[in-house]
Write a protein that binds this ligand. Structure first.
Ligand SMILES: [Zn+2]
Length: 252
């Protein structure tokens, strides 16, 4: 199948994937937009290449108002098409669920994101994949947190963290990411003593320049201040300096 300029869709999608690998997210999204603009996510048939394109586009596209092609619609297509083509428990379908929940979350559509995330948690639980289940519970906690449901977020993340460290050493590299997610939520809610306790338990130190997790940590650290600042607008903690009359009071 070819696009209007004669390029095959699979070529365009491979090209976009390579651009994404070198962090050229904007150009990659533009290439994918050219592919998807010709199609309707509501009627497009389940297609392997199109599922990949839809997932990549919805992950990379800058979430501006009235984005064309519609990132949420294409993330939804990827999930439904993967489910129809591969089955409800296939790895591609689970990745598409994770992607759809993430896109809805970025768009502030928290109820829909939570519903998809809970379904994903249940699939992992049904298959006895405890690690994936706990990682997704931490993602759900982040969604609660972003919506100002701070008590629910900390309760959910605390439970996931405790279950995780009953399986892994809290100071092991396996525990790093889930620990950082938990600590960043605690810090954003100004629960500094609890954050310090978790960091101490994990014996956290900044990764050295040659540490294999250094690049991943740096990527996380870059986003963390913005996440914390954003949370000030919605945080449900009782702190007069953070009070915001437009915030979702009482949502916990
Ligand atoms: Zn908070």
């Amino acid at each position: 199948m070819t696009t209007a300029d004669g390029t095959t869709r699979s070529d365009s999608i491979i090209f976009a994937g390579l651009l994404a690998e070198i962090d050229a997210d904007g150009p990659a999204a533009a290439v994918l937009a050219d592919v998807l603009r010709e199609l309707d996510p509501a009627t497009a048939l389940p297609d392997e290449w199109l599922i990949e394109a839809a997932m990549l586009y919805s992950r990379l596209a800058e979430p501006t108002p009235d984005l064309v092609p519609d990132d949420v619609a294409w993330a939804g297509y990827a999930y439904q098409a993967a489910r129809a083509r591969c089955g409800p428990d296939h790895a591609t379908t689970l990745a598409a669920m994770d992607n759809l929940a993430g896109v809805l979350y970025v768009r502030g559509r928290f109820d829909e994101a939570n519903r998809i995330r809970r379904d994903l948690i249940q699939v992992h639980l049904d298959h006895g994949n405890i690690d994936a289940h706990l990682i997704q519970r931490m993602e759900l906690a982040e969604q609660f947190h972003a919506a100002g449901r701070c008590d629910a977020a900390i309760e959910q993340s605390e439970a996931a963290w405790q279950a995780w460290i009953s399986r892994y050493d809290p100071a092991s590299p396996d525990s790093l990411w889930i620990m950082l997610q938990f600590v960043s939520m605690l810090i954003a809610c100004h629960r500094f003593d609890e954050a310090a306790a978790v960091r101490n338990l994990a014996q956290f130190t900044l990764p050295s320049s040659d540490h294999p997790l250094k690049a991943g940590y740096d990527a996380f650290a870059v986003t963390m201040p913005a996440t914390i600042i954003h949370h000030r607008k919605v945080c449900a903690r009782q702190d007069p300096t953070a009070a915001d009359a437009s915030g979702p009071e009482g949502v916990c």
